[in-house]
Ligand binder design. Structure first.
Ligand code: MN
Length: 319
């Protein structure tokens, strides 16, 4: 694939075991299946991670994605679900029968559809093949003209993690252990890059998450610049609209507390955030491509051809 004359990248959001949606999307962008993998004469895919968990076609997804990456017709970053899978299947050093990601009922349930397909599987890709593939995925890509990360571009953590990684921004066994231990820099870095940024609600405010558990931290739109009301920058956007959270909604968040993303920087592409509205940019140079295919939504791509400002006409999905 070295002779490929690239005219751009097609970035594809979180797939979560929905292989039919993936092949349909690739074919609609004129990728053709030949010699066992999808390819395009002049373009390359970049996957945003989260290939697995939830959907019922996880083997089938990896059978599409792994050969594309092996043959150079796609690149990818790691999602939090691939990171979690590595930790789930890695024993704690010196502690028999325990795992970097504990096998609690909650963690097993979240990973069950993957376990059902992969545990005991004899044909390619086996569980070991899948884990070796996850381990090969970079935590971010900083390419000519664009950046790609699963949830949050935080230059501080990119700087701190860089020297701890294998070439190509890939995790090491040591990093996997450190990042599975709370309060380490590695833990905070992986949480931020792969899951995003949280903000502590003021006073004793809380909200109920989708499992009905009270939460005192809100996920925020980390890319926002300038001073903001907290209620205007939460994820999801309507998190604090209830009567009892008026005070939290109005809480002033100062620019210095926010990570932000400079409008003159390279465009950055994200997955992870379960968007449910019409695909569109989040800022002039920030786009999320996770439109919840695993929850009745759609698989979304962005067809990038060098532009610094994201153009809403370049989002691509099956109507
Ligand atoms: Mn995710």
């Amino acid at each position: 694939m070295n002779d490929l004359k690239l005219s751009g990248y097609d970035l594809i959001g979180d797939i979560h075991g929905h292989a039919d949606a993936l092949s349909e999307l690739l074919e609609s962008m004129e990728y053709q299946l030949s010699d066992g993998y999808y390819r395009h004469p002049t373009r390359q895919v970049i996957f945003l991670g989260d290939f697995i968990d939830r959907g019922q076609q996880q083997v089938k997804v990896l059978k599409i994605v792994m050969p594309m990456i092996n043959h150079g017709s796609a690149l990818s970053v790691m999602g939090n679900h691939e990171f979690n899978a590595l930790a789930f299947h890695t024993p704690c050093p010196d502690q028999p029968d325990t795992w970097l990601r504990p096998h609690t009922n909650k963690n097993i349930k979240q990973h069950q559809a993957f376990l059902d397909e992969f545990v005991g599987r004899k044909e390619w890709p086996t569980l070991d093949d899948a884990l070796a593939f996850f381990e090969s995925l970079p935590l971010w890509l900083d390419l000519d003209g664009l950046r790609v990360v699963h949830a949050c571009w935080d230059p501080r953590f990119v700087g701190k993690l860089g020297p701890l990684l294998r070439p190509g921004n890939k995790v090491t066994p040591e990093l996997l252990i450190a990042a599975s231990t709370i309060k380490t820099t590695e833990f905070d870095a992986i949480e931020t890059l792969l899951k995003g940024v949280e903000y502590a609600l003021p006073g004793d405010h809380s909200f109920l998450d989708k499992d009905g558990t009270p939460r005192t931290n809100a996920r925020i739109q980390w890319w926002k610049n300038g001073n903001r009301k907290l209620g205007e920058i939460t994820l999801p956007a309507d998190l604090l609209v209830s009567e009892e959270n008026v005070h939290a909604f109005e809480h002033q968040v100062f620019e210095a507390e926010l990570l932000g993303y400079p409008s003159e920087d390279k465009p950055v592409f994200l997955g992870h955030f379960w968007m449910d509205n019409h695909p569109a940019k989040l800022a002039s140079n920030v786009a999320c491509l996770d439109y919840s295919v695993a929850n009745g939504g759609k698989l979304v791509a962005y067809r990038w051809s060098g532009e610094q400002k994201i153009n809403d006409d370049n989002f691509h999905y099956m109507k």
